[in-house]
Design a protein around this ligand. Sequence first.
Ligand code: NAG
Ligand code: NAG
Length: 248
Amino acid sequence: MSASHGMAALMISILFLSLICDITTNPCKLDVKVEQVIHNEGFHRNITYRIVFTEDYEDRWSYRDCVLGLEQTLPAGVYTNPDELGDLRRINRLNAIPKNRINVELPTEQSEPNVVYIMDNVRDSQVYMWLPVHARYHQAVPGGSMARNEIGAPKLYLRCPDQRLDLCKKAVASSMTFLCNGSSKEKCIWKSIPFTMMTDMIVWDVPVGNTDDYYIVAGGTSIVIIVGSLYLLKIIHEYKVRPKQKLQ
Ligand SMILES: *[C@@H]1O[C@H](CO)[C@@H](O)[C@H](O)[C@H]1NC(C)=O
Ligand SMILES: *[C@@H]1O[C@H](CO)[C@@H](O)[C@H](O)[C@H]1NC(C)=O
């Protein structure tokens, strides 16, 4: 009887020790997978993100009740419209905000790459995000062409209501300070988390205007203006001439 008790105690100790070892050697597996897809056609499109955390029961604590911050760098040829994002924030459809001021009217040649943040709570073990994006025009070139915009992978950050991510020193490399969310000027500390991209880089080709077309259009416009002016001159001339004829 005492022998079996001894055995049970030993088994429990071994289990307990292995659990402790497990926690210390591999405290948290932040196994995160990201799908990034662009939708629609033309100059106005929609990027969606599907972010999936591990569903392993022992690892759920590492992201439960946390907020996910996604940082997307857009090339100079692509922008987000701050007014549009502001409207979407106000109706609680999307919490996204550009990092810097954006001039939506400039052509690509006069623009810089820009950064936008999207924030959302981690629900269950997934987060769906989206971002309305627009292509900038390029200055026209002879013969016209296509311009390529390449949109790389985002960066991911987590912000939890406690210090739990301090246990994840191996997985969580660094911290960043940026806005807590789009609706507040307050800044928060975010932990950068590793992830695996499940999709290829987004490639978005846009047509570039043709300066040859410009000359054709300009030439056509000039002809219309000249012919129209001559016609008007003729009418004015006839008008001036007519009353005299009546008087005679
Ligand atoms: C972008 O896609 C998401 C997810 O399908 C959708 O909820 C959202 O309304 C779309 N936005 C636009 C501007 O099409
Ligand atoms: C935004 O962040 C502020 C400051 O942390 C918080 O009070 C507010 O509830 C947050 N709003 C949303 C929509 O998450």
